[in-house]
Ligand binder design. Sequence first.
Ligand SMILES: [Fe+2]
Ligand SMILES: [Fe+2]
Length: 144
Amino acid sequence: MSKQQLILGLNEDLAAELGTIIRYNYQAAKAFGMVGVGLRQMFRSELQDELLHAAFLADVIVDLGGEPTTTPKEFAKPEELKAMLELDLEMELHDVENYRRRAEQADAIGKVELKLKLEEMAADEAGHARELRRLLKGLPFVAE
Ligand SMILES: [Fe+2]
Ligand SMILES: [Fe+2]
């Protein structure tokens, strides 16, 4: 693992965060009905965490001598609420794994503080996944 490879990886993470910000903003606007009211709040509150993640990644990339991406990762756009949440859960779990791996890579080149921060971000994403699982559990019992 070189510094250059770490920058590449962090830029993939940044693209994923930018995609998540846009996805949650989009989903908040497309969540309708009684269930949608609660989902809109959740999407907008999690969006704040993702913004902080994106800001941190961009700063770190610059600090390492890289150029932060401004291109978000593409994402699917299911119309149905359950499908939206299932997609989000899958993506959050994916992010948890990504940040764990990135933390190991940062550690491998002696970036201990970065490793700790990336692990903290993995924990944030695990928290988002937990919240989404709770919502999905309740969803079948609510008529749409
Ligand atoms: Fe995030
Ligand atoms: Fe997240």
